[in-house]
Structures are given as structure tokens and as C-alpha cells.
Design a protein around this ligand. Structure first.
Ligand SMILES: CC1=C(CCC(=O)O)c2cc3nc(cc4[nH]c(cc5[nH]c(cc1n2)c(C)c5CCC(=O)O)c(CCC(=O)O)c4C)C(CCC(=O)O)=C3C
Ligand SMILES: [Fe+2]
Length: 353
């Protein structure tokens, strides 16, 4: 077992684990996957059937697991290239490889203390706390000899996340009609959440939306400061009587068209890869809405395996293991940032049944 170099005593880490959402990889996976996602969450059966259909449009295969495999390979290559001698594991919340199985493997391999990189940049229940609960549950399932696992910090304003988004917005803009730039809008989009969850995100509440607003501001300022921009929401779920963040991107496109906007760049800053919520909810549904409205529509890429994003993972690890790690922190924003979330963070709101 290799301990991280330059470290001493109890803060030594001996592995990194990539923790993600998981997705089905065949038609028979779809229902059990959706059951895992929605267990105890009050999602109506009609919504579930609708979402199952989205997956079946793609042969029951979400791109997210393959994207995680590619990210995993890229992180391993980056660690090797930069002499960071830590094994990298991968486990999911909702589908194979399940995090509990990964943690059991880590235990079998002798891992004692690991850092977790979660494929979500933001605070909030679904984006941060729920992944920490997944880690707690996976460790509990493995038992007392499970490794300690600490989540790396949220990275919404890290240059390794912001810069690939900046380039993606620029590239998307370049594909729109340049003579109509004056009537072009940048539309940043993230997953909607219940307003009660947004209000309780982070130690003082409101952090999911505040961090997204900061990321949008940073990307916009670097990519297209001359153009107006908005931050809107996608993929609303849950029972209809529960209020979620609005406006929905489809409604917003109609508003923009009515205001004389002729083209949009849609930048999904809420996600790190082009998974199903991107290729269905944006590239299929929102594109269709835009077509009906006569709006030009280009969707900006997510970071995926951009080398800057991959290196960010190593940087976040270095922050935690190097003796001068605190000095290595790179960030562009101004909102408060922390390594370990306080226990009171993002306490899940009571779910109406
Ligand atoms: C904030 C947030 C992120 C971003 C943070 C992160 O990336 O983790 C995210 C990501 C994702 N959400 C995903 C898929 C789904 N989310 C659902 C349902 C829900 N998402 C919620 C929030 C979020 N979700 C919420 C509040 C619900 C309601 C149920 C509940 O209270 O938990 C449902 C159930 C059906 C439905 O109602 O939509 C599905 C299938 C996939 C996988 C895509 C693929 O397969 O490629 C990914 C990456
Ligand atoms: Fe979701």
C-alpha cells in the first residue's frame, strides 16, 4: 500500500474513489435503476413511466457509465503522468458498479483512508449531501473495517471546471449566425430541485442556486460578456403540487422568442458530462421546443474528459494531501468554500407524500 508522499500521520490517504449517479446499460436495467433512484422520493408513477421512455429511446443505455469509465481512465493516466501514486476506484449511487461493492473491494485491497471525487460541482441535497449519505451507507454495509472516505470539496468555481465551460460556450456561439449576434442569448441550465431543497442547500441555505449563479457569471464574463444571459432549470420531477425552481428551460425559450431573441447557446453548467439529462432533456426536448419557436439552438459541451477538468481532480487531491496543500487551492469565485460540510448542511426537507 502506497501512502501519499509528503504526508505524515493520520491525514495520509491511500486511494481515491470516483462517486457518480450511475445509469442503466440495457433495456432490462431501466426499471430497476429508476426504482433505485426514486425509492422513498415521492416521484409519481406517471413521471417514472415517462422517464423510462426517455431511456428506452436510447436502447435503455444511459451514456453516464461509459463517461465515468472514460473519466476514470483519464484520472488514472493523469495521476500516473504526474507521479501521484494512488489507486482510483469507481462506484455509483444507483447502478452497477454500486458504491457498496466498490468499498468492499477497497477494504479487500487494504485501503484505509480514501478521498472521494463526486461528479457534481455544487452544494445541495441531491448534488452533495446525498452522495455523502451514499458513502455512509456503503461503509455501513461493508462493516467496521470499511475505509474512511472523505469527500473532496465542491468545485463550481475551480478553473478546471469553469474554463472548459468557457471554451464550450465560445465554440457553441461560433456555430450560430454571426450576423444575428445582437439577438443571441446565453442560457445556462441546471437540474431543477424542490424550492425547499434550494432554500436549505449549504450551511446557510441557498447555496445550490448561489453557486450556479456564480459559475454562470464566471463563464459568461469570460466567454461572451457582451451578450445577455440567464440561469434556468431543467428536468423537473416530483409531484406537481410541490414547487420546484423555475423557469423551466422550455418555458424560458418561449419567453425569449417572444422578446425577439433569434438564437440561444444552452450551457448545461449543472452537469459534468453529456449524460441522459443532457442528450434527452436538452438535445431532444429543448431542441424541439426551440425548433417550434423558430429559435437557433446550439448546446454547449460539458467538461467530460477535458484535460483541465481531469487535472482538477488531481489538484483537489493535492490540496488535501500536500503539506502546503492549502496554498494550492485554485478558484475564481468569491462565495464561501469549505472542505468538510457541517452536519447541519442540506438537511433534506420533509417530503410530502
Ligand atoms: C440536482 C440534481 C442533479 C445534479 C447533480 C448530480 O449530477 O448528481 C441530478 C443529476 C442526475 N439525475 C439523473 C437521473 C434522474 N434524476 C431523477 C430525479 C431527480 N433528480 C434530482 C436532482 C438532481 N439530479 C431530483 C431532486 C430528483 C427527484 C427525485 C429525488 O428527490 O431524488 C430521476 C427520476 C426520474 C425523474 O423524475 O426524473 C432520474 C432518472 C442523472 C442520470 C442521467 C443518466 O442516466 O444519464 C443525473 C446525473
Ligand atoms: Fe436527477
Amino acid at each position: 500500500m502506497t501512502l501519499a508522499t509528503g504526508n505524515n500521520g493520520p491525514m495520509a490517504y491511500d486511494a481515491v474513489v470516483l462517486v457518480s449517479f450511475g445509469g442503466p446499460e440495457g433495456p432490462d436495467d431501466v426499471l430497476p435503476f429508476l426504482q433505485n433512484v426514486t425509492r422513498g422520493r415521492g416521484v409519481p408513477p406517471e413521471r417514472l413511466a415517462e422517464v423510462a421512455e426517455h431511456y428506452q429511446h436510447f436502447g435503455g443505455v444511459s451514456p453516464i457509465n461509459q463517461q465515468c469509465r472514460e473519466l476514470l481512465a483519464a484520472i488514472r493516466a493523469d495521476f500516473a503522468e504526474h507521479g501521484l501514486d494512488l489507486p482510483v476506484y469507481w462506484g455509483n449511487r444507483n447502478w452497477k458498479p454500486m458504491l457498496a461493492d466498490t468499498v468492499a473491494q477497497m477494504r479487500d485491497d487494504g485501503v484505509r483512508r480514501a478521498l472521494a471525487f463526486v461528479t457534481s460541482a455544487y452544494g445541495g441535497y441531491s448534488s452533495c449531501r446525498q452522495y455523502q449519505e451514499d458513502i455512509v451507507a456503503a461503509r455501513a454495509a461493508v462493516g467496521p473495517d470499511a475505509p474512511v472516505i472523505e469527500k473532496l470539496r465542491q468545485f463550481w468555481d475551480h478553473p478546471g471546471f469553469v474554463e472548459p465551460n468557457v471554451d464550450a460556450v465560445r465554440a457553441a456561439l461560433a456555430r450560430l449566425d454571426q450576423t444575428r449576434r445582437d439577438s443571441t442569448r446565453i442560457v445556462f441550465v441546471a437540474h431543477s430541485v424542490p424550492i425547499s431543497a434550494a432554500d436549505t442547500a449549504g450551511p446557510h441555505g441557498g447555496r445550490y442556486t448561489a453557486q450556479l449563479a456564480e459559475t454562470a457569471r464566471l463563464v459568461h464574463a469570460a466567454a461572451a460578456p457582451d451578450l445577455p444571459y440567464d440561469l434556468v432549470w431543467q428536468s423537473r420531477s416530483g409531484p406537481p403540487h410541490v414547487p420546484w425552481l423555475e423557469p423551466d428551460i422550455n418555458d424560458h425559450l418561449a419567453t425569449l422568442a417572444a422578446q425577439g431573441v433569434t438564437g440561444v447557446v444552452v450551457s448545461p453548467i449543472g452537469f459534468v458530462s453529456d449524460h441522459l439529462e443532457v442528450v434527452w432533456d436538452l438535445d431532444t426536448e429543448a431542441l424541439d421546443t426551440a425548433k417550434q419557436l423558430g429559435l437557433d439552438f446550439v448546446r454547449a459541451a460539458t467538461p467530460g474528459v477535458d484535460p483541465r477538468f481531469v487535472s482538477m481532480v488531481r489538484e483537489l487531491v493535492r490540496e488535501r494531501i500536500d503539506p502546503d496543500g492549502a496554498n494550492l487551492r485554485r478558484r475564481l469565485g468569491e462565495l464561501p468554500m469549505w472542505d468538510a460540510c457541517p452536519t447541519v448542511c442540506c438537511v433534506p426537507p420533509r417530503r410530502p407524500s
